[in-house]
Ligand binder design. Structure first.
Ligand SMILES: Nc1ncnc2c1ncn2[C@@H]1O[C@H](COP(=O)(O)OP(=O)(O)OP(=O)(O)O)[C@@H](O)[C@H]1O
Ligand SMILES: [Mg+2]
Length: 633
């Protein structure tokens, strides 16, 4: 690393300025980033009292020359930047020359450092920004910075610190995630003499994930491998995303790194949420650990004082690339729901700082907010003959009344009980079901009949399948509508008499904004007096009786989605809404031909395992479970 210089006013003024030190974890973040920039391979973090009393970071990086050790505490003193031009392609984590002076001004700080180019090291002591001492010291190569009594001279900020445990959790999360971003380095975290983290260098990110989270969590994650995208700029995405069944109820377990920098980026958060759209249940979010790499010139890191936000040169390309890569990974991994059903998405373990995480989530991110070990455990399949409880289906209003017989009412509370044998233990290898095979097995299913005129029971190569006829048809129609929409060839049908709808002022505004989308999807509408529209045609499958409901639903979606300004999401929501209305319902008798058609068409969809709202479509009672049930294995 070059010698430290003070940035000219011109460059300094171009740097996003603001408060750098908010809490102990922000100190740890800045110091760890400095150590990484210094090329350290061993990084040791010590914390006392959640970092309030003591934070010490020791590294074996390049160290500092004596003159630099003093200069480093001046504002805008950095070795990482010299001209405004350098700001356009920052390849180090630091660049502002702000961190050390900011930390030193609110603590008692000791810097001990030795560059390998000098025989003797330097020790500098500062309190509240005032240099107390600077002397020579016999030191090994590298740097150690000790920060004591954080905010001792700023009681107002000290007041806002949370419990030691909460502050420690933030530090732990940070150290853990920087260790994940740097698998080839050793990270140690010690709190009040207890070792919380110790990672040895490994070759692959996967191995580091294993070291940090353990094998059970690794099993719940999809390894993205390396995915590339972009046109002018090249983006590479690596990392992990949780399998759909391990989704979480908030965004706290999403960790994003852009060129090795931990960031909280709205655009990428939106891309991640959109990826799960129509695959994960609504309101659930994946655990994600994503590393996005690109040329430093294609991303502006100088947009946020705490360096936690970035701006990509091709914002929407990056968004779509990440969304599509993740969506593809989720679709590829979507398993058949086994019986018993996996538990619904659970919030991470209620850690003592979750209330705080919520608060900072609402306010925008200030630092990682949850210990990453909180992935929900896989549902246990232990104990003798557990009972599978299926809630009675929630019947949407019946639409296609194929049968003349009255529909069998299914109360919400009504439950069907099917005993299920335990599923653990050894299993002959030739019978171990392969997930990808079981997906292709869908195409070979032989329908045997219906339960409750709602669920198709089918025999397959690998076991007994139960398919929810409504959501299966919904998935088929959803993908068909999206394809037709993309090709500009939607099927529409004229209504015998135009339907006149009265809109509220807000609905009128939403209608004006999305009239083009409505038309493109098959609704022929036109204004008909004040705040009134006439609907003359609707997408095929949506009967006259449902048109009103679908239009109002779409206007509601438009209100929600347009605020987030994603046309792709709006289209998918509209397609899901139409598919839901047009799909066959539960409590409807299907003949053999219809059942066969439904299963074949389902097998041909891209994501046959979950409906556009994220509910499972098929349950499988595997051959293994059947054999176990009959005590044959
Ligand atoms: N652990 C370290 N090892 C070697 N040099 C360091 C270390 N920490 C800081 N330095 C030197 O001190 C300088 C000032 O550090 P500081 O963190 O204040 O600024 P920066 O890293 O350049 O920018 P930023 O404010 O964005 O972090 C760095 O540019 C670097 O030259
Ligand atoms: Mg720095």
């Amino acid at each position: 690393m070059g010698r430290i210089r003070i940035l000219s006013d011109d460059v300094a003024n171009k740097i996003a300025a603001g408060e750098v030190v908010e809490r102990p974890a922000s100190v740890v973040k800045e110091l760890l980033e400095n150590s990484l920039d210094a090329g350290a391979t061993h990084l040791r973090v010590e914390a006392g009292g959640g970092g309030r009393h003591l934070i010490r970071i020791t590294d074996d990086g390049c160290g500092m020359l004596r003159d630099d050790a003093m200069l480093a505490f001046e504002r805008h003193a950095t070795s990482k930047l010299s001209s405004a031009r350098d700001l356009l392609s920052v390849s180090t984590l630091g660049f502002r020359g702000e961190a050390l002076p900011s930390i030193a001004s609110v603590s008692r700080l000791t810097l001990e450092t030795r560059s390998r180019d000098e025989t003797v090291g330097t020790k500098v002591e500062i309190a509240g920004g005032k240099m107390l001492r600077c002397e020579e010291a016999a030191l090994a190569g590298g740097t150690q910075i000790t920060v004591r009594d954080l905010f001792y001279n700023v009681p107002a900020r000290k007041k806002f610190l949370r419990s030691d445990q909460t502050e420690l959790a933030h530090i732990a999360s940070l150290a853990t995630h920087y260790s994940l971003a740097n698998p080839d380095k050793t990270f140690t975290l010690i709190s009040d003499d207890k070792e919380l983290l110790n990672t040895t260098p490994v070759d692959r990110l996967r191995d580091r994930v294993y070291q940090v989270f353990g094998s059970q969590t690794l099993d719940e994650l999809i390894d993205l491998g390396e995915r590339r995208g972009g046109e002018h700029a090249l983006y590479t995405l690596r990392g992990f995303i949780s399998r759909p069944q391990a989704a979480k109820l908030n965004r706290n377990s999403i960790y994003l790194f852009a060129n090795g920098r931990l960031i909280r980026d709205r655009l990428l958060l939106h891309a991640i949420t959109s990826a799960g759209y129509n695959i994960l249940p609504p309101g659930s979010f994946p655990f994600a650990l994503l590393f996005l790499e690109c040329d430093p010139a294609d991303v502006d890191v100088n947009v946020h004082p705490a360096k936690t936000e970035v701006r990509f040169r091709e914002q929407s390309r990056v968004h779509d690339f990440v969304r599509d890569a993740l969506r593809q990974a989720l679709i590829e991994s979507k398993p058949v729901s086994a019986i018993p059903l996996p538990a619904r998405a659970q919030p991470g373990a209620q850690l003592p700082y979750s209330e705080f995480s919520q608060r900072i989530e609402n306010q925008g991110w200030q630092g990682p907010s949850e210990l990453p070990s909180a992935l929900p455990a896989a549902p246990a399949a232990e104990g003798p003959l557990p009972e599978f409880t299926l809630r009675g289906p929630r019947p949407p209003a019946p639409r296609f009344d194929f049968s003349d017989a009255p529909a069998i009412p299914v109360a919400d509370e009504q439950q069907l009980r099917i005993p299920v044998p335990e599923t653990h233990g050894a299993f002959p290898p030739e019978l171990v079901p392969d997930l990808s095979q079981s997906l292709t097995a869908l195409a070979d299913l032989r329908p045997l009949g219906q339960i409750h005129e709602s669920f198709i029971v089918a025999a397959g190569r690998d076991g007994l399948w139960i398919i929810d006829q409504h959501v299966a048809h919904e998935r088929i129609l959803f993908e068909k509508i999206l394809k037709q929409r993309a090709a500009g060839r939607v099927e529409a049908q004229r209504l015998l008499t135009p339907l006149v709808l009265q809109l509220t002022l807000a609905q009128q505004a939403d209608y004006d904004r999305i009239a083009g989308e409505l038309e493109a999807i098959g609704f022929e509408t036109e204004p008909f007096g004040q705040r009134t529209i006439a609907v003359k045609a609707a997408p095929a499958g949506v009967g006259a009786a449902e048109v009103e409901k679908v239009i109002f639903e779409i206007l509601e979606i438009a209100e929600r989605e347009l605020r987030r300004a994603s046309l792709d999401d709006l289209r998918r929501s509209i397609a899901a809404s139409i598919a839901c209305q047009a799909a066959i319902k539960v409590n409807m008798r299907l003949d053999q031909g219809k059942m066969e058609w439904l299963l074949k068409s389902l097998a041909a969809t891209e994501c046959p395992m979950s409906c556009p709202h994220g509910r499972p479509i098929a349950l499988r009672y595997s051959l293994r479970d059947i054999l176990r049930g009959f005590h044959r294995i």
